[in-house]
Write a protein that binds this ligand. Structure first.
Ligand code: IMP
Length: 193
């Protein structure tokens, strides 16, 4: 069965290819299926945005589609950057966005944070199935490490013994992250469907 990944991000597409091909899916990017649309992320939840992304591609291809939406929520910043993680405060670089969080937390005791990943599998009938993974931790005092991307240098997960995610091997994220958790739920569902 064919499945189309609703994303233009090559890293994401190849990650999902590696997960879905062993389950018997023929995996394509939205570009390969001439469905290179970009949905406006206008929903006010990760779930809502994941569905919007999948729906935009489904409306063109009418077969199974997979999308995701993810971000970082910082308790003391009213759960920001949240849905706006990729474009927090309009800042251009990941480093600027990380620094904005570190500055926002200056003098604050509560550094609790969590990553959220919501995967939407839209089936051949256009029915969405949602899988949500949450990864709890705290924001570090300063950025550390070069592995991963985005907010990894300032996130210390509860499973990490005080180390930022970016200073741990990539395999650590593959086991514990918000995305890893959502993917495990997705694969369980697909195996039994
Ligand atoms: P999207 O899910 O592609 O819309 O982007 C979500 C944004 O959240 C990314 O650009 C990152 O800034 C942030 N983010 C999501 N997952 C992670 C992660 O695993 N590590 C670090 N940052 C992340």
């Amino acid at each position: 069965m064919e499945i189309i990944i609703a994303s233009g991000n090559r890293g994401k597409i190849s990650e999902y290819k590696n997960i879905l091909e062993p389950l018997g899916f023929e995996v394509f990017s939205q570009k390969e299926k001439n469905a290179d649309v970009e949905a406006e992320e206008t929903a006010d939840t990760f779930e809502g945005n994941a569905v919007l992304k999948a729906q935009a591609v489904y409306d063109i291809v009418h077969c199974c589609v997979l999308s995701d939406d993810s971000g970082l929520e910082v308790e003391a910043l009213n759960n920001e950057p949240g849905l706006y993680s990729a474009r927090y405060k309009g800042l251009k670089t990941e480093e600027e966005r990380r620094n904005a969080i570190l500055q926002g937390l200056e003098g604050k005791e509560n550094r609790n944070a969590r990553f959220v990943c919501c995967i939407c599998f839209m089936d051949e009938n256009g029915e969405p199935h949602l899988f949500k993974g949450i990864w709890k931790g705290v924001i570090a005092e300063k950025a550390e490490g070069t592995n991963g991307f985005g907010y990894d240098p300032i996130f210390i997960s509860e499973d990490a013994d005080g180390h930022t995610t970016a200073s741990l091997p990539i395999s650590f994220k593959e086991t514990y992250s918000h995305r890893a958790k959502a993917v495990r739920m997705l694969t369980e569902y697909l195996k039994n469907r």
